[in-house]
Design a protein around this ligand. Structure first.
Ligand code: AGP
Length: 607
């Protein structure tokens, strides 16, 4: 996934592009570049590595021009070296292009262009688009783009400028990855997401798949792939630019961990009526009759969102008594799942742009399933594919490691379970609702454990491996704790059902292997306690997470984390807080780039 930004107007274009790229760097950061058009010529600057390298390059000689494009890259085709950095210029140096996505037929198009004498300097699929547009430039840039996209297959969000344009114009095209326009007076913007625009405009247009748009200082116009004008609604964003900044925290991830009480409040706001004892959603176009006809539910997601889906299965099956299947997006799309109109497919995604999850959602819809999404980003592809949307209202999540998006996904699953109970005539009792009322406070109390977790992190940050154990609804939390540690500290960590210890993992236990064991909930706490004994008996270190007095664990645990006790349905939300903090502080002790871990991107918009 990459970040793209563009501007045409009266401001300092280079400064604006760099500012936008800073806000988008979490989308990919192995190289960056910008291009401006000045006096009929392209001026480009590109650099390998982080954005700071590009800024250093520009200090040696800035670019001139009143409009241009910027790009921060997460490499898919071609090593992350300057030669492959965007903007990519065509062989005749008359167009410059930035691109997010993958052109699946780039090899055949490249061969055809080479047969016509076109040369290539990079290993990227993107260069094919630049040369293809340039080869059609006998008419306008818009016409050239329309002809080029007719020959392309794959996913793209790209923007292009040309020396041949008679006025300052940028043409953009979207098929898959996100692309939105920012609207101003005498100025227009484009970006992969709103974070890059918020400081300049809140008026935006979310482009749809197949849209081509032309931006000039006079305004914008949107066309379909035939070149026919189409209307797109304009939205006013209510995100606060300050939210995008770190707010005094050392990292976005830590800020977002601490934002969880507020994020949970925002997820609940307007949906829970404690007096009337009911849950309602305002963005659900499925009728109550539709929902009563549902006989099975498929939860589709990737990564942390897949862990949320696993918790969702426990909640919905227990509270609604409807069978729930959980599947990775990347698996579901290829296993020919059994779907019909009696299946409710739910795509769970923070970004709403994860290619595997989107493909799974499309698979379910194509087979006749009803489709909704639990998502954090308005206007994202997942929300546009779905008949109903449950927004997690977590606000922008910048840290690559998902935290507040995860806990708000869990609350959204719980709300959905209560909503379905009401619709299907099962009813919602006061205990189930009251559990929600105490949740943000309980999470705030869990956050107060941070100094203990920082101490534990200091003692264990040199470990090479970690094991996380949980039972029942806490098994997905063990998986999530392991993923958090893995992705930001690069320590190998595995989550396991605690009952599986004796079937293999116990062979790993020795004095160098810390085991985090989640022992909350009366039903299984005793069984997890015996797992801790098994670890201790083999000289393993035990970090116990309990929701009652830890005194009784002194003989089986080296560290005891006492979390507030809430209802069993919501306990996973409280339990994950210390695991997020543990992973964060171990990452910091290890000197890792916590907000932008190596090899990762915030949203994986390619297969
Ligand atoms: C989680 O910390 C990771 N960043 C990753 O696993 C993420 O959850 C996954 O890529 C799914 O992203 P989505 O929720 O935006 O679809």
């Amino acid at each position: 996934m990459c970040g793209i930004v563009g501007y045409v107007g009266h401001r300092d274009v280079v400064g604006l592009l760099l500012d936008g790229l800073e806000k988008l760097e979490y989308r990919g950061y192995d190289s960056a570049g910008i291009v401006t058009v000045h006096d009929g010529a392209l001026q480009t600057a590109r650099a390998e590595g982080k954005l700071s390298r590009l800024k250093d390059r520009l200090k040696k000689g800035g670019l001139e021009g009143a409009y241009g494009l910027g790009h921060t890259r997460w490499a898919t085709h071609g090593a992350p070296v300057e030669r492959n950095a965007h903007p990519i210029v065509d062989a005749r140096r008359q167009v410059a292009l930035i691109h997010n996505g993958i052109i699946e037929n780039f090899l055949s198009v490249k061969e055809s262009l080479q047969a016509d004498g076109w040369t290539f300097d990079s290993d990227t699929d993107t260069e094919v688009i630049a040369n293809l547009i340039s080869s059609h430039l006998e008419d306008s840039l818009l016409e050239a783009v329309l002809k080029a996209v007719a020959e392309l297959e794959g996913m793209y969000a790209f923007a292009v400028v040309s020396t041949r344009s008679s006025e300052q114009e940028i043409i953009v095209a979207r098929q898959g990855p996100p692309l939105l326009l920012g609207l101003g007076d005498g100025e227009q913007f484009l970006a992969s997401d709103a974070a890059a625009l918020l400081a300049y405009t809140r008026q935006v247009v979310f482009l749809e798949n197949g849209d081509i748009a032309r931006l000039t200082t006079d305004g914008y116009a949107v066309y379909d792939h035939r070149g026919e004008s189409v209307e797109r609604s304009e939205h006013r964003l209510n995100w606060d630019p300050v939210q995008i900044e770190k707010g005094g925290y050392r990292h976005f991830m830590l800020k977002e961990i601490h934002e969880q009480p507020q994020a949970l409040q925002d997820t609940l706001a307007g949906r829970v009526d404690f007096e009337l004892g009911k849950v309602d959603f305002d963005t659900f176009s499925l009728t109550h009759e539709d929902l009563r006809r549902i006989e099975r539910i498929h939860l589709l997601a990737c990564g942390t969102s897949w862990h949320a889906a696993l918790v969702g299965k426990f909640l919905i099956e227990e509270l609604v008594r409807v069978p729930v299947e959980v599947d990775y997006g990347s698996e579901y799309r290829y296993r020919d799942p059994i779907v019909d109109e009696r299946v409710l497919a739910i795509g769970i995604s923070q970004s709403g742009e994860t290619a595997d999850t989107l493909a799974a959602m499309e698979t379910a819809a194509e087979k006749g399933g009803r489709l909704v999404t639990i998502c954090n980003v308005a206007g994202s592809q997942a929300t546009r594919l779905s008949e109903g949307v449950i927004y997690t209202q977590a606000g922008p999540e910048i840290g690559v490691a998902s935290t507040k998006a995860f806990t708000t996904q869990l609350v959204a699953c719980y709300l959905l379970a209560l909503y379905l109970r009401r619709i299907r005539g099962i009813g919602v009792d006061s205990e189930q609702l009251e559990a929600l009322a105490h949740l943000p406070q309980a999470v705030s109390q869990a956050l107060e454990l941070e100094s203990q977790l920082e101490d534990i992190a200091k003692r264990y940050h040199r470990a090479d491996d970690f094991l996380y154990l949980g039972r029942g609804i806490n098994y997905p939390i063990a998986l999530e704790g392991a993923l958090k540690l893995k992705e930001i500290s690069y320590i190998h960590a595995e989550g396991y059902p605690a009952g599986e210890m004796k079937h293999g993992p116990i062979a790993l236990i020795d004095e160098d292997l810390p085991t985090v064991a989640i022992a909350t909930g009366d039903q299984v706490a005793e069984k997890v306690r015996s797992n801790m004994q098994q670890v201790k008996a083999r000289d393993g270190k035990v970090i116990a997470l309990v929701d009652h007095s830890g005194e009784s664990y002194r003989d089986v645990a080296d560290e005891i984390i006492e979390v507030p006790r809430v209802s069993r349905w919501l306990q996973p939300i409280v339990n994950v807080i210390p695991l997020q903090l543990l992973a964060y502080h171990i990452g910091v002790w290890r000197g890792c780039d916590v907000d932008q871990p190596r090899n990762l991107a915030k949203s994986v918009t390619v297969e």
